[in-house]
Design a protein around this ligand. Sequence first.
Ligand code: ATP
Length: 515
Amino acid sequence: MDMEKLVSLCKRRGFIFPSSEIYGGLNGFWDYGPLGVELKRNIKDAWWQDNVRSRDDMVGLDCSIIMNPKVWEASGHVGGFSDPMVDCRACKARFRADQLWCIELIPDTDKDTGEPSHFFFTGLGTTEEAWEKNKKKMDKIARHSANPLRSTNLFTAIKEEARKLMPCPECEQAGNLTEPRAFNLMFKTYVGALEESSSVAYLRPETAQGIFVNFKNVCDTGRVKVPFGIAQIGKSFRNEITPRNFTFRSREFEQMEIEFFCHPDQAAEWYKYWRDTRFKWWTDLGLKSEKLRLRDHDKDELAFYSTATADIEYEFPFGVSELEGIAHRGDYDLTQHQKFSGKDLSYFDEEKKERYVPHVIEPSAGADRGTLAFLCEAYTEDTVGGETRTVLKFHPRLAPIKAAVFPLVKRDGMPELAEKIYRDLKSQFNVFHDQTGAIGRRYRRQDEAGTPFGITVDSQTLTDGTVTFRDRDSCRQWRVPSSGVVPALRDLLDGHPVPATEGAGTSGSDPIPQD
Ligand code: ATP
């Protein structure tokens, strides 16, 4: 699928617009239009329903975006881990050091002697950790080579040599990349009237910390017992260096995060549970294809406090990238906040008379990346009745509009009947009413919006009181008594199968009605 086609459809049909577009937009910021806001809301609602409301062991939270800045000292966002960046001195492009390079060293062989003579560097990790991680590998290759670097401080020498040879991914000139430098991704602001250092605060770069700092409050309400989770959906802000790939990497985005607190002895089991449960959630909502993957991090990829982490990745048109991360974070976060706040954040198990700091499993998903993945997955071009159409095959639960109601023609009382059906449905579902243009065109417009069902009042309605239902994906049609439209739509949205085609209809065509 061509990403440009999707971006253009999103603009044309009102899913996603560049932010403040009439002023030229703002890099890394996006607005959701009338269809987009419904789609994203349905995704967030499905997440909330399935992870919070339908469970006995989860409660919700909605905390403030700006918090006491100490929170970010404890979490390590201030002063600690900020992404190391590399600049190209030639073209001024800036890159996240850990995302730049695949790491490989290939020794070249001398043509005459057949002995290894020097290295080819096909891209090297530029962070200290990446160097350290690959030190062994580099040493091993070096030992087998006749390279003069061998005799001196091998590691440092390779490192320096490699930097000289590294090409910039943007302008492809070698030798212009700087050392990795720290760059803080948090947006800074000031609380109150005075812009001075004591009033500095930050827009949160993740929703997770708000959950940790409320752990004691939630426990004290008495409704919860470990194991249990706290879930939150909300905006996060990161001053990303290179926002790109449509909404995939934005500077303002929404996260859907769970912190699941459990006994240390049970943490490994809960980690496995959440890793599998979260993967299944995406597939149940339609990311069924081989494009969805669950990737366990290698030991050397893990954050120092994590014993296991997995990414749920999706193959976007621009590459395979993370949709959600599931991390076993141990007791790192609660312990850090105990240290920085001086408050006791341990948990007392009344039954076992045991006090401990719970371990945490964190499934952390992006609502915008989710929306983008569902859009990519849904985008389909096929042929109906000899005509090419673009259709968004959303899961009915996620579709922005659940059904569109049409009068076949604007006479014989059909518009009035269609209007009544529309009104009856409107109180329960997000439905649409359209009576302009040829019926085929109206179907196509709804196909592009991803509306799963069409309901048409036609001439047969006037004689036997039935209306035509049309299925978006197969274009099958069947008739339903107009008095039963509401329960019929409910059944379909609940997953009841589309009935077999009746009368003239054949799969893959739009037989009736016609203008
Ligand atoms: P990446 O490596 O792609 O920057 P991350 O590992 O830093 O992502 P986390 O901090 O684990 O991301 O955040 C959890 C989730 O939040 C991600 O899986 C993603 O869905 C979402 N997310 C993070 N950064 C962004 C962003 N800049 N734009 C949109 N969504 C984001």
